[in-house]
Design a protein around this ligand. Structure first.
Ligand code: HXC
Length: 257
């Protein structure tokens, strides 16, 4: 049983994971990251889980890596840091993640949120990479994913000044896709995830992979991947079902084959 997560579901195809270290604003210690990686590994094999919502509390999604834990690690400790393995496992998860972000979303917390496919933020959310204030820098993808999410100008300002941005700014910059009243963030994220959970799982998986290619490859390679994935889906039962349901003017029921 995880100690630092509250897990609910899957309900309507959605597994809900709440980060739960209220005493430390959900700071991501090694134990929490290990539990998250393990929970996602189990969810990946569970066909009932079609999408995941990750959330924190009203006060904080997560205030970063656990600074107290980090302080105890020297250079060699950092090189052998088990957290890298957990981060890599989270990044490899192959189903859609929707992050519901309220309050502080800082450092490793912002980096975790950027591992999500879709970010929904409460109006009170604050996104930032304050590592520079500690004499360090982002280490879980912050410099790379933030540039891709908000562009080089704003990412550079955030990483070099350590100053956070508001939810509205994050929306304008493209880091989040929607903002909501803080008390409705989780509900909205669940609704988005539930919508995805009704779609054909193989189509979702390949579309998601193709979207990732847009971030990490050149246009020609990305287009080639898209064409191959699109062609592959022609062999699925769910494509047949989707097209037949449209013609018969009824909702489609997808089975993942
Ligand atoms: C450990 C943390 C923490 C953190 C907060 N706490 N952030 N503990 N690691 N990252 C703890 C505080 O010590 C305190 O516990 C409790 O949570 C409440 O925090 P307060 O500071 O009292 O709350 P508040 O005054 O409201 O300020 C909130 C805050 C501030 C602005 C978010 O806590 C803050 O600046 N936190 C650090 C943010 C940060 O620098 N994040 C980046 C970390 S480095 P006690 O017991 O002391 O009262 C990082 C690197 C990623 O993320 C690299 C990945 C490989």
């Amino acid at each position: 049983m995880p100690n630092h997560l509250i897990i609910e579901g899957p309900q309507l195809g959605v597994l809900r994971i709440a980060l739960h270290r209220p005493e430390a604003l959900n700071a991501l210690n090694t134990a929490l990251l290990a539990e998250l990686a393990e929970t996602l590994a189990v969810a990946e094999k569970d066909a009932e889980v079609r999408a995941v919502v990750i959330t924190g509390s009203q006060r904080a999604f997560a205030a970063g890596a656990d600074i107290k834990e980090m302080a105890a690690r020297d250079l060699v400790g950092m090189l052998e840091d088990p957290r890298q393995r957990h981060w890599a496992a989270i990044a490899r998860f192959n189903k859609p993640i929707v992050a519901a972000v309220n309050g502080f979303c800082l450092g490793g917390g912002c980096e975790l949120a950027m591992h999500a496919d879709i970010l929904i933020a409460g109006e009170d959310a604050r996104f930032g990479q304050p590592e520079i204030n500690l004499g360090i820098m982002p280490g879980a993808g912050g410099t790379q994913r933030l540039v891709r999410a908000v562009g080089k100008a704003l990412a550079t300002q955030m990483v070099l000044t350590g100053e956070p941005i508001s939810a509205r700014r994050a929306l304008e910059a493209g880091l989040v896709s929607e903002i909501t009243q803080p008390e409705l963030t989780v509900e909205r994220a669940l609704a988005v995830a539930e919508t995805i959970a009704t779609k054909a799982p193989l189509a979702v998986r390949l579309a998601r992979e193709a979207l990732h290619k847009a971030e990490d490859t050149d246009l020609a390679t990305g287009l080639r991947f898209e064409r191959h994935a699109f062609t592959l889906l022609a062999g699925t039962q769910d494509r047949e079902e989707g097209i037949r349901a449209f013609q018969e003017k009824r909702p489609a029921t997808f089975n993942g084959h």
